[in-house]
Ligand binder design. Structure first.
Ligand code: DNO
Length: 390
């Protein structure tokens, strides 16, 4: 029986969660990135090796790079984008030279994932990540004051957002701002409102069709290089999986994934299948999508969300929420037997709980909640695996 290759994300030497912690969670692998290298710059072999040695000294492998970021100039095909394309392929070759195999990236313009609340209390007192529609609209229209933002929402949505704003004191408004503009994963620097507005404005001529074209152009050049040097590219879906702040998002739906895989039909052009991001869209039938695209899934993020009818969602326990994790795990087990290959996975995010409530960790990435999620998923895999073997 081929089993999942269990990993956890590590933000590097500054992460309050140590490699030792990750090892004790039962992981064989680590997912990390050279967060100190600015977007668009080349990852030198020496830097990759240095990081790899730290991980191997703790008895694990650096299994997946998450992420090798795609510079926004490439997403827009403006400015220095040709240079950044060359840097990207050079970085891929350097990564392959060090023996790594899987590279995650995303194609979300300007910002990566978005949450309005990073400390949403569960009934147990554990804290979860949450996206609250009214708070998001309030941020967009009344705090950030994006030009013409109001046109993207209904009168009811605007009214609910107004009420939400009125319920927040200045400190809470600042917190909402900071949560949404937390910046980029792995960084603690938030954008200023003016910086964000300037970045958003650079996309005013780019609609979904054009962004898709730019993504496929990127892949047409980069995926063959990856294939040639034995790497697998794994694109992370949009989170949340729909347009935000007037920006197009093009890796959100079943059709988006089908188009992407068909655009460059080689194995290296694959997916980081994130059940949490995809599951936040009511139309995404996650187990069915996994069945359909399984052959091109190079990395798995396992996580669950619970949605409501108003467009809010929070991150539920890994085995709870709207996505049927039993169906997902059944697909995964069958997929790995069919492909004859273990797929790397990580428990994505986790509730902040127990001793971690007093620690400063990256939002979503405290140790104990992820350990709990991983342990539950590991048990589910073992139980289902035994049943399927019979
Ligand atoms: C959030 C993460 C994402 C992911 C990137 C991949 O917790 O899953 O930030 O790392 O989108 O490029």
């Amino acid at each position: 029986m081929i089993k999942l290759h269990q990993t956890m994300r590590w933000y590097g030497p500054n992460d309050a969660v140590s490699l030792r912690d990750i090892r004790q969670a039962g992981c064989a692998g680590v997912v990390t990135a050279l967060h100190h290298i600015p977007y668009g710059e080349i990852w030198p072999v020496a830097e990759i090796k240095k990081r790899q040695q730290l991980i191997e000294a703790e008895g694990m492998t650096w299994t997946v790079i998450e992420s090798l970021p795609v510079h926004d100039d490439i997403k827009r095909q403006t400015g220095q984008w040709r240079t950044y394309m060359e840097h990207y392929t050079t970085s891929l070759r350097n990564i392959a030279a060090c023996g790594l195999k899987v590279v995650t990236y995303n194609f979300m313009p300007v910002l990566d994932w978005l949450r309005t609340d990073i400390a949403y209390p569960m009934p147990s007192g554990a804290l979860a990540l949450r996206f609250e529609k009214a708070a998001f609209v309030a941020f967009d229209v009344f705090l950030l004051k994006r030009p013409n933002a109001a046109a993207d929402y209904s009168e009811t949505e605007l009214e609910t957002a107004r009420q939400k704003l009125a319920s927040l004191n200045p400190a809470e408004q600042k917190k909402l701002f900071d949560n949404l503009l937390l910046g980029l994963p792995g960084s603690t620097e938030a954008f200023t409102p003016d910086q964000v507005l300037a970045e958003l404005d650079k996309y005013r001529h780019i609609d979904a069709a054009l962004l898709k074209k730019h993504l496929y152009d990127f892949l047409a050049e980069v995926a063959p290089v990856a294939e040639e040097c034995g790497l697998q590219l794994a694109i992370h879906p949009d989170d949340p999986p729909y347009p935000v702040l007037g920006l197009p998002r093009v890796v959100s739906t079943e059709q988006d994934l089908a188009d992407l895989l068909a655009a460059v039909p080689i194995a290296a052009n694959g997916l980081c299948f994130c059940t949490g991001s995809l599951g936040a869209h009511p139309d995404n039938a996650v187990p069915r999508m996994l069945q359909r695209f399984g052959d091109r899934v190079h990395f798995l993020h396992l996580r669950n969300t619970r949605r409501d009818a108003d467009g809010n969602f929070f991150e539920a326990d890994h085995l709870d929420g709207d996505t049927d994790m039993v169906a997902v795990m059944t697909e995964i087990i069958q997929l790995m037997q069919r492909r004859g290959k273990a797929i790397p996975m990580r428990p994505d995010h986790g509730h902040q709980m127990l001793d971690d409530l007093n620690k400063k960790t990256f939002a979503g990435y405290s140790a104990i909640g992820r350990l709990k999620g991983l342990a539950e998923l590991r048990g589910l895999e073992m139980g289902l695996g035994k049943m399927l073997e019979q």
